[in-house]
Design a protein around this ligand. Structure first.
Ligand code: OGA
Ligand code: NI
Length: 362
């Protein structure tokens, strides 16, 4: 199985459609009735857990109580929600704002400039407007930009936007910081799961730069009929964990919980962290990757930066032996992340069907 060289149909930029001022969205963005965002299904009085990370940042003070309290909160959020937001995480607020705003500027550059980075389903790197290659598929109301940061041999600055002029530099600095934070979270997850500090990272294929890190910047243009479509269809993230920088002005991310959709209300300068399919598999489903989706808005565009912290592509990922337990059995069959991701790249977002398909026969 291979990804095709090109898209099955001509690509239409959602932003261009939106800016053309059409009063109704084309049919190919209209979701089945059961997939449309209905307010009855939304739980608006709850939010995902908010965790203050300051106790875990080395500030020279020894405060073991605060450390264990914070670790426990993270443990509970991973088990109960698969999603949480963190504040006081050590990444500078100004850097977060700069990163988001260079991307907003990118999406407002002239079409010809953006087109020079147009992507293909082969690697997905560059400027794109669809996930999946099924002909005639119903599409999401968003454009995006996808790039690799790690491992070093996949990073190619020529595939990163050169404009705005500070963009590459800002992205380097931003991703460097987010990767450090991701590494810290990996240690926390590992300890919380009862493993050695580095065991989870080792299961990802090694320390340092031997993992996969990529950035997908999502751009959700204004939508004249937000009730009929989605900015991003329901999915769980295929990788290890995701660190998302949301738009501070416009909500849109919804997380599935007890049959309802919880709209995330981001705290100022928070990162939204969620467990991906690979950590669900490694933890033998002690931690679960949770379905989420994005709704769109008639009056406001939305920009978000999703940094995917993934295993090495060629690493076989199956349940960690220490987590299978004596009576329990491994729930999943091992697969490399490269192989796993190929399914997603061909089929596009499809709830949790992918990770479910790894279930061991019994
Ligand atoms: C994603 C994602 C959410 C958002 O990129 O996988 O879920 O708020 N993004 O854009
Ligand atoms: Ni996602």
């Amino acid at each position: 199985m291979n990804a095709p060289e090109d898209w099955p149909e001509p690509i239409i930029r959602v932003q261009a459609l939106s800016e053309s001022g059409i009063p109704a969205i084309p049919n190919r963005y209209i979701k089945r009735e059961s997939d449309r965002p209905i307010s009855d299904d939304v739980a608006d009085d709850v939010n995902i857990p908010l965790i203050d990370f300051s106790g875990l940042i080395d500030n020279g003070k020894d405060n073991q109580d605060l450390v264990s309290e914070t670790m426990n909160k993270i443990s509970e959020a991973c088990r109960e929600w698969g999603f949480f937001q963190i504040v006081n995480h050590g990444v500078k607020p100004e850097l977060m704002d700069r990163a988001r705003e260079v991307w907003r500027e990118f999406f407002h550059l002239p079409t010809e400039v953006k087109q020079s980075y147009a992507n293909s389903p082969k690697t997905y790197e560059g400027y794109g407007s669809r996930l999946g290659v099924e002909k005639g598929a119903v599409l999401d109301w968003s454009d995006y930009y996808f790039l690799h940061y790690l491992p070093p041999h996949l990073k190619d600055h020529n595939k990163w936007p050169a404009q705005p002029h500070s963009s590459r530099e800002v992205n380097e600095e931003y991703l460097g910081e987010v990767v450090k934070l991701g590494g810290r979270l990996m240690k926390i997850f590992s300890i919380n799961l009862g493993l050695e500090e580095d065991q989870l990272q080792d299961a990802f294929g090694g320390n340092g730069e031997d993992i996969g890190v990529c950035l997908r910047v999502n751009f959700y243009p204004k939508c004249p009929q937000p009730d009929l479509t989605l900015g991003l269809s329901s999915h769980s993230d295929p990788g290890g964990m995701t660190l998302l920088l949301p738009d501070p002005h416009v909500a849109g991310l919804q997380v599935r919980r007890d049959g309802k959709w919880v709209t995330v209300k981001p705290a100022p300068h928070a990162f939204i962290v969620n467990i991906g399919d690979q950590i669900q598999v490694l933890s033998n489903a002690i931690y679960k990757s949770v379905e989420h989706r994005v709704i769109v808005n008639p009056n406001a565009e939305r920009v978000s930066l999703a940094c995917f912290y993934n295993p090495r592509g060629d690493q076989l990922i199956g349940p960690v032996k220490d987590l299978i337990g004596e009576e329990a059995c491994p729930l999943y069959q091992p697969m490399t992340f490269d192989e796993y991701r190929l399914f997603i790249r061909l089929r596009g977002p499809s709830g949790k069907s992918q990770v479910e398909s790894l279930k061991s026969p019994r």
